[in-house]
Design a protein around this ligand. Structure first.
Ligand code: SF4
Length: 607
């Protein structure tokens, strides 16, 4: 049955088959020839051009009946924007609902339709709003969009964004993650409960798009009410409802939109996902450094998380203070240490051009980011500060106390930052993709990464970061790869970054191995005395289970070789146990490699 807004394929069968027949029969069809066919038969359909997702859907439906038998390479030919799943895993980003944030950061947007720091016209935020911020609807619709555009949906990294995760009530957190897992389960099984949820939301929730129409706009220059005050008053009914439900529903039957679930229910959803067709191979949340404690880190792990996005923003106490960040650098050091000791992947956010910052200081800050063992994040987003009308920074701008860096200053700073980034770090984002219409003043160039890479190339240099070196669609001959080891100090011990690289240092796979010091005891009993695999990643286009693509990195046994080398190193360093912070959907993979289940981790005994 067609999903909402989908065309009925049978109605257009003739035109679709005319396009798909030659593509399915001839591997020589490239982008240009496919487009020509689409235009040719679009005209014969009364000017209606078929989209790629319609062609892929039709191919899946008609293959083996009106077309030759199903062949995954035809989907690859039809697929657009393959870059999203090029790292081997398909990312699904979901946003939490609008909710107070403990921060008062002057640079942060105050869009009351959104969770703190997001803007309602950012594409990802729009998707969340259109789905009433419901975790099931967001996950399900994103999976469907990926499936329809030919992306694999068997290995999913779920990224939960919005405000400060650790500030949302625990019942909401458990429910939110459980509903994501429910959507993965249903999507993989071909079950669709989105209609039931929409029906429930329509009558009961203010977050339904038709009901969520707050008229209040915050102007940062004349901040009468804070985001938290406005959000609490606008969504008072919604918040009261979920609070009361939380208290009342513990013993009762719940509806699909009641924001309450128990740990036991979540753990059962986890267990069902372990060998499901649509598996969660990574779960990410974002939070503030001062909201991470030992208990919180354990709780995040219990939810199934493997990575935490954490706002460093600045490594200067003075800059943090004038920006009303609400914590000092010491909190960031503490948070990184806790996360690292628990084996999490650490994805930092860093903002140059904050109030009180200057380009030289920002570059110095960046040097400290990798020079000081207390930081050294695994991934990094660099978001130069842009002025948004709803942010309090407007006041400072109007008083002449803040100015955006010029294009040249920014280019020089970012080029310097790239040059200082070590091989073990991945620069995931360089500029936050804020719509130009939201930026009062500041950088509106979104292809800054390209500009920096050009600037480096002009000097005969190139970025060493992981993203710049990833093998994407290129077939790799595993036999020609070298296993390279990069050892460095961290706040809890030593770290080994194991990477399979080609001659030009292109990277086909890597493993992060933490070797904690004896004098950095773990607050998690099962990690006491253990070396920890914090991440294992092998590149190559994500393939669906059962598909194969000769030569592509994911299927060359690189993962196993990386694990075996980690075992050797850990044993040689005297550890009796190698733990891994596995995602729910990778537990089966590690069990096959001699790891046994612990409480929050899996373990392999070392001889
Ligand atoms: S903690 Fe993050 S979301 Fe909250 S106000 Fe500060 S920047 Fe915004």
């Amino acid at each position: 049955m067609p999903y909402r807004n989908e065309i009925d394929l049978n109605k257009y069968r003739g035109g679709l088959l005319a396009i798909l027949h030659p593509i399915a029969s001839d591997p020589g069809y490239d982008e240009r020839r496919i487009n020509k066919l689409v235009q040719k038969y679009g005209r014969s359909q009364g000017g209606r051009f078929f989209s790629r997702d319609e062609l892929i859907r039709a191919y899946r439906q008609f293959a083996g009946k009106d077309l030759p038998p199903f062949d995954a390479t035809v989907i690859e030919r039809l697929r657009m924007k393959p870059v999203r799943s090029a790292s081997g895993v398909t990312p699904v980003t979901v946003l939490t609902k609008p909710f107070p944030c403990p921060g008062e950061c002057v640079f942060c947007p105050n869009d009351v339709r959104m969770p703190k720091s997001y803007l309602s016209d950012e594409p990802g935020a729009q998707r969340a709003e259109q789905n009433a911020f419901d975790p099931y609807l967001q996950t399900y619709s994103r999976l469907r969009a990926y499936f329809n555009t030919g992306h694999p949906t068997d290995k999913i990294e779920v990224i939960v964004l919005g405000g400060t995760w650790s500030f949302y009530p625990e019942a909401y957190q458990i429910w939110f993650v459980k509903r994501i897992f429910d959507a993965l389960e249903d999507f993989g099984a071909g079950v669709d409960r989105t209609g039931e949820i929409w029906a429930a939301l329509e009558s009961a929730s203010q977050l339904h798009p038709a009901n969520n129409t707050p008229q209040v706009t915050i102007h940062g220059a004349e901040l009468q009410h804070t985001y938290n005050q406005v959000v609490q008053s606008i969504y008072a009914d919604e918040m009261r409802r979920s609070r009361e439900l939380g208290e009342r529903l513990q013993e009762q039957e719940r509806s699909l939109i009641d924001e309450y679930a128990t740990w036991e229910e979540l753990e059962a959803a986890h267990a069902r996902n372990e060998d499901a067709p649509c598996r969660c191979v990574g779960l990410v949340v974002e939070t503030r450094p001062d909201h991470l404690s030992e208990a919180e880190v354990i709780r995040i792990r219990r939810l199934g998380c493997t990575k935490v996005q954490i706002g460093f923003q600045s490594l200067s106490d003075a800059v943090l203070r004038v920006n009303k960040r609400g914590h000092e650098v010491a909190a960031t050091r503490r948070a990184v240490k806790l996360l690292r000791r628990a084996g999490f992947q650490i994805h930092a956010h860093r903002m140059p051009n904050l109030l009180g910052a200057a380009p030289e200081g920002d570059l110095e800050d960046y040097r400290r980011l990798f020079g000081d063992p207390d930081f050294r994040p695994d991934e990094l987003k660099i978001y130069p500060c842009s002025l948004i009308e709803s942010a309090e920074l407007m006041k400072f701008y109007q008083r002449g106390e803040w100015q955006p860096y010029t294009h040249e200053q920014l280019l020089e700073l970012l080029t310097g930052a790239f040059r200082l980034t070590p091989e073990y770090c991945r620069l995931t984002r360089v500029i936050r993709d804020i719509p130009g219409t939201d930026i009062v003043t500041g950088n509106k160039t979104t292809n800054f990464r390209q500009l920096v890479e050009n600037a480096l190339a002009a000097r005969g240099e190139h970025s060493a970061d992981i993203r710049a070196r990833e093998v994407r669609f290129r077939a790799v001959d595993a036999g020609t790869l070298q296993l390279d080891e990069l050892w460095y100090e961290t706040s809890v011990g030593r770290e080994v970054f194991l990477q399979f690289i080609a001659d030009d240092r292109e990277i086909a796979g890597f493993l992060r191995l933490a070797l904690p010091d004896e004098n950095a005891p773990s607050f998690i009993e099962e990690l006491q005395g253990a070396a920890i695999i914090r991440e294992l990643h092998v590149y190559g286009q994500s393939l669906e289970i059962g598909e194969s693509a000769p030569g592509k990195a994911q299927h060359s046994g690189l993962g196993l070789r990386l694990i075996e080398r980690a075992v050797e190193i850990a044993a040689a360093q005297g550890y009796g146990n190698l733990a891994v912070i596995s995602a729910v959907g990778t537990r089966g993979y590690y069990r096959k490699r001699e790891f046994v289940d612990g409480v929050l981790y899996q373990h392999r005994a070392l001889s």
